[in-house]
Write a protein that binds this ligand. Structure first.
Ligand code: SF4
Ligand code: SF4
Length: 283
């Protein structure tokens, strides 16, 4: 199974449109595909795909719970936690499960064994199907602040189902959530647009992707707006431009109608063919 993350340094670059069209296109040419929407704070591929959901799982994460009978209020656990998820007060230890990274350090280092780990709900993972392929969506509960554990669980669930291709629709940005979404992938497609903002965010995404040693290429969207700086940057950095998608109002209209763009816009289909070829060469 090959895992491909479709990512972008910033939102609004057309990442989700590309992800779901790529999944549908690969499925149409008889490839086995699973699409995982790992943008867990705002998953929206289902708005287009309208999948028939077949399974719903409550996703949980582990966090410590203080055992008052065993705790001797030594206050050490607060210093073990690098994420400010434990606060020591003179007569109380407060644990904030929403801030916990489930690293188990406090639980394992508490000499009184007074911090057993328990599971807390953090969101939902749904599995369904649409247009001949499997769709998986992770959705963080309102008020939850840590996206990365749910991203990891969503991708993990998808990887147990995928046989040939797993396409991961990553959250925007280049921070922890982005890194989690590319960690297990062999190939990363960075979607950007030829504008100063696009270039700025692409540079951050390239830096992060290179730091993890991933094979990657750029998909340049909305070609025709902006300038040539992204092309020059990619050329100087020897980054392959895998595909170019023109700025075309037919693409926006097709998206708005909830259609698969590659079935309506020839240039978009050509871009998917180029991406498919790149993925084949990177196998
Ligand atoms: S390290 Fe253990 S015993 Fe000490 S305050 Fe924390 S929970 Fe209590
Ligand atoms: S498990 Fe790790 S992140 Fe969570 S409270 Fe303990 S030390 Fe902090």
């Amino acid at each position: 199974m090959r895992q491909v993350t479709v990512a972008s340094g910033k939102g609004g670059t057309g990442k989700t449109t590309l992800s779901l069209n790529l999944a549908a296109y690969l499925s149409e040419i008889n490839q086995d595909v699973v699409l995982a929407d790992a943008d867990v704070e705002e998953p929206n591929s289902a708005l287009y795909l309208k999948p028939k959901w077949e399974e719903s799982i409550v996703a949980t994460k582990a966090a410590p719970v203080r055992d008052e009978q065993k705790c001797v209020l030594c206050n050490q656990c607060a210093s073990y936690c690098h994420f400010n998820a434990i606060m020591a007060l003179p007569s109380e230890i407060l644990v904030f499960p929403k801030l916990c990274h489930s690293c188990y350090a406090c639980s394992q280092l508490c000499f009184a064994q007074a911090l057993p780990m328990e599971e807390f709900p953090m969101g939902e993972i749904k599995v369904g199907s649409s247009m001949g392929f499997t769709c998986i969506e992770g959705r963080l509960d309102v008020g939850q602040e840590m996206a990365t554990p749910l991203i990891a669980k969503t991708i993990q669930k998808a990887s147990t189902i995928a046989k040939e291709w797993l396409i991961v629709d990553a959250p925007p940005g280049s921070s922890c959530s982005f890194l989690e979404s590319i960690k297990q992938s062999q190939i990363v497609l960075l979607v950007t647009e030829p504008t100063p903002f696009g270039l700025h965010d692409l540079k951050a995404a390239v830096e992060a992707t290179r730091a993890l040693g991933k094979s990657f290429g750029v998909v340049l969207n909305r070609v025709g707006i902006g300038d040539s700086k992204v092309l020059e940057y990619c050329e100087n950095e020897k980054i392959p431009i895998v595909a170019k998608i023109p700025h075309d109002e037919m693409i926006a209209k097709s998206c708005a109608r909830g259609e698969l763009v590659f079935q309506k816009v020839e240039d978009f289909k050509k871009a998917l063919e180029d991406i498919s070829q790149f993925l084949g060469e990177e196998r």
